[in-house]
Design a binder for this molecule. Structure first.
Ligand code: ADP
Length: 482
């Protein structure tokens, strides 16, 4: 059998009940009886002292007759449910509330010894074999002129005291039962509000482990368990989404790899079986070469993204002049600009503008943005790159007046493989990975990138960088403008 939390709690509850009854029946029972004996003895002793000071004194001083005292004691003892004796120090019975002593025939308590109480004021037992049952006896001395004349002894059957104790014990049993009922209520409450939801959560965790990420946890509460199940549900949703993304990602990769491979396969097969005449070979081999370029670009993009994603990007931050980087990136596109009659305008702040970032990665960001700007620009147009500084931040913008990006696509273009419908005709070689790489790099720098674009008018991508303190040192030194 599984040792579940619930079973342990039930077991603890049963043990609690058994030990509760056991301790009430033994320890509490003994303590209650002892308490009742001591309490009764205290009351009886007070009574005995009172009798000794009044009736007994008067009797010994012959102020009242023996018969009168006998009668008083009989009344008192029946009222108190006790037996009252007056004894001489020798143990001779002077007064006995249960039956008056015969003056003709003296009765003695054999072996009477007042020290039986030994520093206490009561004793339990048969009182020198005077009773056949157990009694509680209290003894108070009767003194006159500094001499002990005798003793007032009051007896009470122990059975009477035990009855009182049993009454009190019954109260303890009742309390225990009430306690058990209350803890049963707590147990039921625990079952309903903790155990049941916990079982649902465990069932959900098992389902998630089996891969059923769409399992709904039927625990909707505003407490810790509700929070736990909501968090688990959220986790499952995230995993499910990640799985979907993964599937889409693989589907996209497969598609993007398959189309160039299919076209290359087709051309090469046609060359081999003679469908393509030899004089057209050069043209088709160039097409095949273009396709291999595209595959290389795709593979490189995927590798870059993978490197950027795994375990957080490690940045090699340095202070460098962003203006210089922009100039060199712009220069690398010279050939494209000439062939498509596009001018790149640089509107740069200062001669040098130092930023603190990973030079190579920012170079890649600029390269991807300028590449896109040129790809989606019309022939004979302009692309502007500008830098501005505001406080500790440097803003870099790449603006084109090309096809623009439709509003609905603007939040999606950052996803891997996403391409707008507008761009598909213009750029067949695009991989849809460039902007994902840009976003990952900017995120790793803890910076921002944003896009303002109007369909048919153009797009502006602006990203931020941390301004380097070197700028201040250089301007303090009054560095001459280049
Ligand atoms: P790629 O350019 O390789 O297709 P990107 O991730 O760089 O991949 O861009 C994703 C898509 O965003 C492009 O296919 C294009 O549809 C759109 N896009 C990006 N930059 C521009 C731009 N400057 N003008 C218009 N559309 C753009």
């Amino acid at each position: 059998m599984k040792k579940t939390l619930y079973l342990r709690i039930i077991l603890a509850y049963i043990l609690f009940g058994i030990f509760g009854f056991f301790s009430v029946a033994t320890i509490i029972s003994r303590l209650t009886t002892d308490y009742c004996v001591r309490d009764k003895a205290r009351i009886l002793y007070g009574e005995a002292v009172r009798i000794s000071d009044t009736y007994a004194q008067q009797l010994y001083k012959s102020k009242v007759s023996l018969e009168e005292v006998q009668m008083q004691m009989e009344a008192l003892s029946s009222y108190m449910d006790t037996e009252i004796w007056f004894l001489n120090p020798s143990g001779r019975m002077v007064v006995n509330s249960s039956h008056a002593p015969n003056p003709e025939q003296e009765t003695f308590v054999e072996n009477f010894d007042s020290t039986i109480i030994a520093g206490n004021y009561y004793t339990k037992g048969t009182f020198f074999d005077s009773f056949e049952y157990e009694v509680l006896s209290v003894i108070a001395p009767i003194t006159s002129e500094f001499k002990i004349r005798g003793y007032v002894v009051i007896h009470m059957p122990m059975d009477n005291i035990k009855k009182d104790a049993d009454g009190m014990l019954n109260i303890s049993y009742m309390l225990l039962i009430i306690l058990l009922v209350l803890s049963l209520i707590i147990l039921l409450f625990f079952t309903e509000y903790v155990y049941r939801p916990l079982k649902h959560i465990i069932a959900a965790a098992e389902q998630y482990a089996l891969g059923n990420m769409h399992y709904h946890i039927p625990v909707e509460r505003e407490d810790e368990l509700g929070y736990l199940s909501a968090s688990l549900g959220y986790m499952a949703d995230t995993i499910a989404r990640a799985e979907d993304d993964q599937k889409k990602f693989i589907a996209n990769i497969s598609h993007d790899f398959r189309s160039p491979l299919t076209s290359m396969h087709g051309f090469l097969e046609a060359m081999l079986d003679g469908t393509i005449p030899q004089e057209r070979y050069e043209h088709y081999l160039k097409v095949v070469l273009g396709e291999t370029d595209r595959l290389t670009k795709l593979t490189n993009g995927l590798l870059t993204l993978n490197n950027l994603n795994t375990g957080g990007m490690i940045l090699q931050r340095t202070d460098f002049d962003i203006n210089a980087v922009i100039r060199s990136v712009a220069a690398s596109f010279e050939q494209t600009c000439v062939s498509r009659k596009i001018r790149i305008l640089l509107v740069l702040t200062g001669k040098k503008l130092y930023v603190n970032a990973d030079l190579e990665k920012i170079q890649q960001v600029l390269y991807n943005l300028v590449d896109n700007a040129l790809k989606f620009s019309r022939t004979d147009s302009e692309v502007t790159i500008d830098t501005t500084e505001k406080g500790d931040t440097v803003f870099v913008s790449v603006r084109d007046s090309g096809i623009g990006i439709p509003k609905n696509d603007q939040s999606l273009i950052w996803d891997r493989f996403y391409k707008t419908d507008l761009s598909r005709g213009k750029d067949k070689k695009g991989t849809g990975l460039g902007l994902s790489i840009v976003r990952e790099i900017i995120r790793a720098h803890d910076e921002n990138i944003n896009l303002v674009s109007t369909e048919g008018v153009g797009s502006t991508f602006t990203f931020t960088l941390r301004r380097s303190e070197i700028n201040d040192t250089l301007s303090d030194m009054g560095e001459p403008e280049e």
